[in-house]
Design a protein around this ligand. Sequence first.
Ligand code: ACM
Length: 533
Amino acid sequence: MVSLVANGCTDDPPTQSTPTVSAQATSPRPTTPSTTPKPVRLPDDAPSLSDVIPAPATTRAADDDNFALTNQTAISAPGDAEAAGEYLADVLRPATGFPLPVVSESDRADTIRLVLRDDGDPQDESYRLEVARDGVTLSAANPSGLFNGVHTLRQLLPADIERGKTVDREWALAGGVIEDEPRFGYRGAMLDVARHFFGVDVVKRYIDRLAQYKINYLHLHLADDQGWRVEIDGWPRLTEVGARNEVGGGKGGFYTKQQYREIVAYAQSRGVTIVPEIDMPGHTNAALTSYAKLNCDGTAPPPYTDTKVGFSSLCIDKKVTYDFARDVITQVAEMTPGPYLHIGGDEANSTKEADYRTFFDKVLPMVVDAGKRPIGWHEFAKANVPRSGVVQYWRIEAKDGPTQRAADGGRRVLMSPANKTYLDMKYEESNPWGNSWAGAVDVRTAYEWDPTQALAGVGDGEVLGVEAPLWTELVTKEDEIERMTFPRMQAIAEVGWSNSTEWADFRTRLSGQAERMTAQDIAFHRSPDVPWP
Ligand code: ACM
């Protein structure tokens, strides 16, 4: 990190255009009296402050205060602001071709300043973005708030900013102030890498695509009947045997520990936290086929590549089951800096109810001992979920007794009702892609619902946030991931972030995202309910 202080006037180019510029290294240069920069013309295709998705809490336009992004612009991001500053530079450099040095200090007018306020409440994700002729200032209480402001700033530039190659043109941001904060602290997506495996690069691109809409958690469904997807020391057959399959009989795959850590770090560098899921005690055929000793009868079942659910269970009465669970939970927790570890718990139709409770009585304390808050699919609300636990509701009914009781007892609920958030559902009944058990989920359906009204007894104080899961029984390739995700994800992102619920306004703003998604090569679905250009 370098400083860019008093090394010249605003219209005098720095001697070097890379982050090696430093006040100490340059010889004294004449300074000119500071002048107010001239008004900046806004390009016709520059968005306005109110075009952003998810909709900001408040915007105040200042038409004569646009900011020109130029070859001279620097990003100042001292201390803990540096990661968000580097991310902003990474986003802006390819299309602008500008050097955009990330510096610790700059007194130049053409600077984008990232500022951390001293009051630093770690839960406070709010930010304030002020765009003015003489500089842009993004301030927040902590780095999460800065990342949120960076995502907004990105959308204030023309869609060309999303192109991977230099576009020779003028770049400017509309002047004004945005003050913004999320409705919910958890705004998530889930990718099932167990039914079909997706490699590190696909997951990284997915993280990039989600992050720009202020999705701050990516839940990875790492183990199911068809495949085990992460290396665990002491249990080599999980990856030698259990990972070598997927739905339809493909070759599967897994993340080494190093690759998993790489995904976690990449997500962090975009303001996204990974939530790993190891589904237990059902959805475990891949583990059971890897180790005969995990089966009650000591016989390993064959690998499974079809799509039925509810037929597998870990052996509740065997000590080895808990040795296995502890090793997996401890090692996955150790590789995961985020606060949550998802323990599954859904559709354990081959585990007796009493056994299910016995299993979680032993296993949930392991998650807590590993320093994590357990998340489980809502069936696990039947067990003794600790107060730190989170119940993820996924069914379509508007009432669930165990979830309601868990919420009454102080647990938070993560809302993923399948008829609103499941990205594996068809967009339209007539559409060939996707499942249909929860009905079609078009963009309007994904948008027009309130997470605090969707489930009896689970209101404002109980809802942690929203998550949109993508199950991949039918999804085999990256463009299919994109098509099932976008543009429903923007709807879920706005449900999680904003208080606004005006469909007519949202669909207009969403149509404005088409060019941005195209520039990013996102194979989005051109939903008929959106007036695409
Ligand atoms: C689920 O859809 N089985 C959580």
